[in-house]
Design a protein around this ligand. Structure first.
Ligand code: NAD
Length: 258
């Protein structure tokens, strides 16, 4: 079933099956809730089985939890298969699981932790693409969570920036491979989002350095994005309203990189 263009906002996903990774997290859970509110049947995938199960209980019969480690290919394969079984197909994927990784200067890089960021943010996302793209028919869409770090540097965040640049590359490649059969792959590229991940970075819980480029300035309105703003962008990109948007990232940084 294709994602129909031109449906009134508010019912854009009625009857559609969407897989959300990183679904226990701040952005993933908000997107999952908004999709259910717009009529979707949502399969929730995340490493955190406890939060995932609570969320599935809150969202009710339109949600199905599949504890998943995106770095384990069998887990990803099972999550996709369960999404298909739960909702009778697969029409969209929010490929969102990710970590911020260690914060600190390149001269102090912990290469094992760098590799772990790449395993989750790049290889995990690639595994989701590998197993979900064959299940998506014309009208289907994948939205990946990149970042302004997909297109710009940020001091003291080398692993994260490298991983999010790679994720945008994957977005472009996947789009070129599936566009001819009517499947769209895009990315949302938020700047820092007001919430828990930024609290971890700012409080130093993600490492010893200071992520200087994340400090809000007058150029981005002096604030971070809100989760609600990211949700709106993701639902737009997943929906048929974005029917001619493919292979690109939607930058949402309040204008900072303009
Ligand atoms: P979050 O930490 O609340 O959510 C991330 C989720 O990913 C968590 O629930 C975590 O359990 C899950 N996860 C981590 N490793 C996993 C794995 N191996 N397998 C499955 N799930 C795994 O953070 P968030 O802000 O909701 O982040 C979601 C996405 O948004 C990430 O890709 C992040 O890089 C991106 N992003 C966040 C910001 C921000 O400022 N918060 C800005 C731009 C982009």
């Amino acid at each position: 079933m294709a994602v129909p263009a031109g449906r009134a906002s508010g019912q854009r996903f009625t009857g559609l099956s969407i897989l959300v990774t990183g679904a226990a997290g701040e952005i993933g859970s908000a997107v999952a809730g908004a999709l259910v509110a717009e009529g979707a049947r949502v399969t929730l995938a995340d490493l955190d089985a406890t939060v995932l199960t609570q969320l599935a209980d809150e969202l009710g019969s339109a949600a199905h939890a599949v504890p998943t480690d995106v770095t384990v290919e069998e887990d990803v394969e099972r999550a996709v298969a369960e999404a298909v079984a739960f909702a009778g197909g697969l029409h969209g994927v929010f490929n969102n699981a990710g970590i911020e990784g260690p914060v600190g200067p390149i001269t102090e890089l912990d290469l094992d932790r760098f590799a772990q960021v790449l395993r989750i943010n790049v290889l995990g996302a690639a595994a989701v693409l590998k197993h979900s793209l064959p299940r998506l028919d014309a009208g289907g869409a994948v939205v990946q969570t990149g970042s302004t770090a997909s297109v710009a540097g940020s001091a003291h965040m080398a692993p994260y920036v490298a991983s999010k640049h790679a994720l945008l590359g994957l977005t472009r490649v996947a789009s070129r491979e599936v566009a001819a059969r009517g499947v769209r792959v895009t990315a949302v590229l938020p700047g820092p989002v007001h919430g828990r991940m930024m609290q971890r970075i700012e409080s130093g819980r993600s490492g010893s350095g200071t992520a200087t480029a994340t400090t809000p300035t007058a150029l981005d309105g002096g604030r971070y994005a809100t989760v609600a703003e990211v949700v709106s962008a993701v639902l737009f990109l997943l929906s048929g309203e974005a029917g001619f948007v493919a292979g690109t990232g939607l930058l949402m940084d309040g204008g900072r990189l303009a």
